[in-house]
Write a protein that binds this ligand. Sequence first.
Ligand SMILES: C[S@@+](CC[C@H](N)C(=O)[O-])C[C@H]1O[C@@H](n2cnc3c(N)ncnc32)[C@H](O)[C@@H]1O
Length: 300
Amino acid sequence: MAPYGPQGAQGSHASSTGQSLTEPGWLDAHFEACRTEYEAMLSWVGIEPGWCVLDAGCGSGSYIPFLAELVGRSGRVAALDLASENVAFVEEQAPRWGLACPVEARVGSVSALPYPDGVFDAVWCANTTQYFGDEDLPAVMTELRRVVRPGGLVAVKDVDMNLLRLYPADPFLVSHLSEASLRAERVNAESRGSLRGRELRRWLERSGLTEVRQWTALIERWAPLRPVERKFFGEWLAYLAGLAEERGVPEKDLATWRAVRDPAAPDNLLDHPDFYACEGQVVAVGQVPPADSRSPGDGV
Ligand SMILES: C[S@@+](CC[C@H](N)C(=O)[O-])C[C@H]1O[C@@H](n2cnc3c(N)ncnc32)[C@H](O)[C@@H]1O
């Protein structure tokens, strides 16, 4: 998943906030296409039964049933999102999910979390910090850390667009788009955030978390695609193709991008019998240090 910008463009699957790729239909398709790897990434965090966990930037709530399963009957899940309709969607769906524990959803921002200090055992923040530029990320990290108790966990997952690879196509097809996005006249935070995934470990360390570890997962899919994978890659590549037109990628790449936007095109990559796509997602986890090891002025 790559935001990359621009906000609110056609085919950008934007929610009411204007951020691209944030509306529930898109988020559900993405999650279903990548469920195996995404649930493995969440399992790897180390969330324990009985914990109270915040899903920060919960989107359509795709992770909530599994989070509830991990914390079990004695645990609790809180969910927060900037887009009010995403929160409404979660509230509407939750009774149908048959959750193991209560879930409470609310509207808010990860840059000013509406919770007291240290109330959670862990925070799970998936594909949300990628919407922030480097200058704003430290404040978000401070917030995520603030609401977790000493000894608890902060887990951040983001895409790394440098790992997206399509076949059969020029091996540099996506690299050209990444480069063009970063060099665009008005680079937005999302362009940078989408390329920062494998740096997350260092950002967590810099925020004062300890025992930081990181796992980069490659999500590889081959033709024949399952219908949900066809839907996800079809929508995502069409979105990226729109950006390629705007951002000034090399002329020779445009034929490939134009074909992925056109379901009837005979050379549409998605219909190629050898189609392969590899998406890279990164999860970094750190521990909030014990209260007595915090130094004054470290921001929490
Ligand atoms: C790409 S979606 C990921 C949703 C979900 N975590 C998932 O992985 O399926 C990013 C989500 O973060 C939300 N978001 C963006 N900026 C936010 C902010 N400042 N505070 C809280 N949520 C935010 C968006 O509304 C959207 O639901």
